[in-house]
Design a protein around this ligand. Structure first.
Ligand code: PLP
Length: 359
């Protein structure tokens, strides 16, 4: 059965709080750059308001093929209704009822629920405690029903970023078992310690990459993303898009075309500093956690009780965060977002310090 989002439950719990310290929302705290808003408004004024082709309008497709997707053939890319749209189409294209998909645990909530929605079986490869994939553990889970393996680096909720060596380990599994990977690269630009490496750089023919503009350019409400990978998979997704999303929003595709080359480095550098601020504060307060290398999440261990119990106490103390069981088959951790004002991060850490016995 598909489960309602536990994250929404926290929002409901929080509805009565006055001025909560909110470290629960998985979206940037900056706004879309003015120049890109102007592009969207201009597109509307120029009458770019009708459907585009199912595979995406020529402007955005050209920008992608000239930029991050250089080297892909035209039939290997698709403009999607953001990454959620890409994930939905990918699951539909790749999985039949009873098929298995290998998912990381902890995972982004949608990965599990989409599998359930299509009567596929989510099979979890555990990345506790350092959030890194262990090829031997993954390989042991493969059965004749395994159809796909999903990775998200940088990861929501852990902030882990996989190295080229770790990705090569995954590429070996794909080759040995003739599998395809879905690589969710939505947090690609949020890498703080080393440049991002895509699975496609080591397993090009076996990787369906999903990316988009929701997080990098704060366009969460604009719903534009892309998929790139093996032509037969992308063509199957395109056909399914004809009967579902039809196309991504036209004026926002125009703005996304401009976003492809629009640098967000200052914001990324600021988020690197926010990562440092939160990590140092949590370590000083006595929390156990792996330092996030990307995205904008930290996933510390709870100091007592279960994730749900500890987060209930956080909410009572005016701090909003999400229990680990929303992202995992376990309930031993909690998720904090550092896409927030420095002052909010500092207030959150102060509350957490008070909730930690012995501090
Ligand atoms: N993938 C991950 C890992 C996410 O964290 C999110 C949003 O939180 C999405 C996909 C969905 O993003 P979009 O807004 O592009 O649909």
């Amino acid at each position: 059965m598909i489960e309602a989002s536990g994250i929404r439950r926290i929002f409901d719990l929080a509805a009565n709080l006055k001025d909560p310290v909110n470290l629960s929302i998985g979206q940037p705290d900056f706004d879309v750059p003015a120049a890109l808003k102007d592009k969207a408004a201009e597109a509307m004024r120029l009458g770019k308001n009708a459907y585009t082709q199912t595979q995406g309008g020529p402007e955005l497709r050209a920008a992608l093929l000239d930029g991050p997707l250089a080297g892909y053939a035209d039939e290997q890319i698709l403009v999607t209704g953001a990454v959620s749209g890409g994930l939905l189409l990918a699951y539909m294209a790749l999985l039949d009822p009873g098929d298995e998909i290998l998912l990381p645990d902890p995972y982004f909530v949608m990965y599990k629920q989409l599998a359930l929605m299509f009567d596929a079986r989510p099979v979890f490869y555990d990345t506790y405690p350092d959030w890194k994939p262990d090829p031997a553990k993954i390989e042991a889970l493969i059965t004749p029903r395994t159809k796909a393996l999903l990775i998200d680096s940088p990861s929501n909720p852990t902030g882990a970023v996989y190295t080229r060596e770790e990705l090569s380990g995954i590429a070996g599994i794909l080759d040995r078992h003739n599998l395809i990977a879905i690589s969710d690269e939505i947090y690609e630009s949020f890498c703080y310690d080393a440049p991002f490496v895509s699975l496609r750089s080591v397993a090009r023919d076996r990787t369906l990459c999903l990316g988009g503009f929701s997080k990098s350019h704060a366009m969460t409400g604009w719903r534009v993303g892309w998929a790139a990978g093996p032509a037969e998979v992308v063509q199957a997704m395109t056909k399914l898009q004809q009967f579902s999303f039809v196309c991504a929003p036209t004026p926002f595709q125009s703005a996304a075309a401009a976003a492809v080359a629009y640098g967000m480095e200052e914001h990324m550098a600021a988020y690197g500093r926010k990562r440092d601020l939160m990590y140092a504060g949590l370590i000083d307060a006595g929390y156990q956690l792996t330092r996030p290398a990307g995205a904008f999440y930290a996933f510390p261990e709870v100091p007592w009780g279960s994730g749900a119990e500890f987060v209930a106490e956080c909410v009572k103390n005016n701090l909003l965060c999400i229990p680990g069981n929303c992202f995992s088959e376990r309930d031993t951790h909690f998720r904090l977002v550092f896409a927030a004002k420095d002052e909010t991060i500092e207030r959150g850490v102060e509350i957490l310090r008070r909730l930690k016995p012995g501090k």
